[in-house]
Design a protein around this ligand. Structure first.
Ligand code: PGA
Length: 252
């Protein structure tokens, strides 16, 4: 049985004061029950203070990006070991905003995935198609390519300590959520692709949905057999909204 992971991707939002208010609300409102974990991924400068703030609570800390290099002359980059040092358990790699705006290739994403794991951090590998790709009927081949780059580099065994996030680009920040059925189709496909390599690993890997997930649609998405949580942007910035999704996970 796979536990749900409800992960907040704060993106480039927050301040010391806003983070404190958000985390106070989240920590105080963590739903009872089991079968889910909560994660917040703040911008780099706040990771240490967020980790200190949530210490001892049910909320874990992750990062939104990481360097594929271990250390050295990479101005402006952050090493996986530094994230581990600060208490990050997870790191998002290959978010569509990084692929589209910062030119990250699937090969670079694969290198980041491996570097994170080498530092003991669980990568959350984001994959997903644009609207044009969906309309052209290429959703599965796009996802296969993005997943395949990591499978080729890291091998299926690496997925025993990884999370996949299916994030259709057209649903991110647009309010246009994939229907539970649309999401489930792609989640099932991703699991089937992994299953061709190793059925046991495929059965235990968590596949999150991301793209305008909120309290109102979370229960329907989480009820799908291959949806194991959410990667949440906008709705992770208000405690009430994030907790509504957590509650759907606790009930589902
Ligand atoms: P959204 O973002 O929930 O605001 O659509 C999700 C994401 O980009 O991870």
């Amino acid at each position: 049985m796979r536990d749900f992971l409800i992960a907040g991707n704060w993106k480039m939002n927050g301040s010391s004061a806003a983070n404190e208010a958000l985390l106070a609300g989240i920590v105080a409102g963590v739903p009872g029950g089991s079968g889910f974990s909560l994660l917040v991924c703040p911008p780099y400068p706040y990771i240490a203070s967020v980790a200190a703030r949530v210490a001892g609570s049910a909320v874990k800390v992750g990062a939104q990006n990481v360097s594929e290099h271990e250390s050295g002359a990479y101005t402006g980059e952050v090493a996986p070991s530094m994230l581990a040092d600060l208490g990050c358990e997870y790191v998002i790699v290959g978010h569509s905003e990084r692929r589209a705006m910062y030119g990250e290739s699937s090969f670079q994403v694969a290198a980041k995935f491996q570097a994170a794991q080498a530092a003991g951090i669980v990568p959350i590998l984001c994959v997903g198609e644009t609207l044009e790709e969906r309309e052209a009927g290429t959703t599965e081949s796009v996802v296969d390519y993005q997943l395949g780059a990591v499978l080729d580099a890291a091998g299926i065994a690496a997925f025993a300590k990884a999370v996949v996030a299916y994030e259709p680009v057209w649903a991110i920040g647009t309010g246009m959520t994939a229907t539970p059925e649309q999401a489930q189709d792609v989640h099932r496909h991703i699991r089937a692709q992994l299953s061709k390599k190793d059925a046991d690993i495929a059965a235990q890997v968590r596949i999150l949905y991301g793209g305008s997930m909120k309290g109102e649609n979370a229960a329907g998405l989480l009820a799908m057999p291959d949806i194991d949580g959410g990667l949440i942007g906008g709705a992770s910035l208000k405690a009430k909204d994030f907790l509504a999704i957590a509650e759907a996970a606790a009930r589902s």
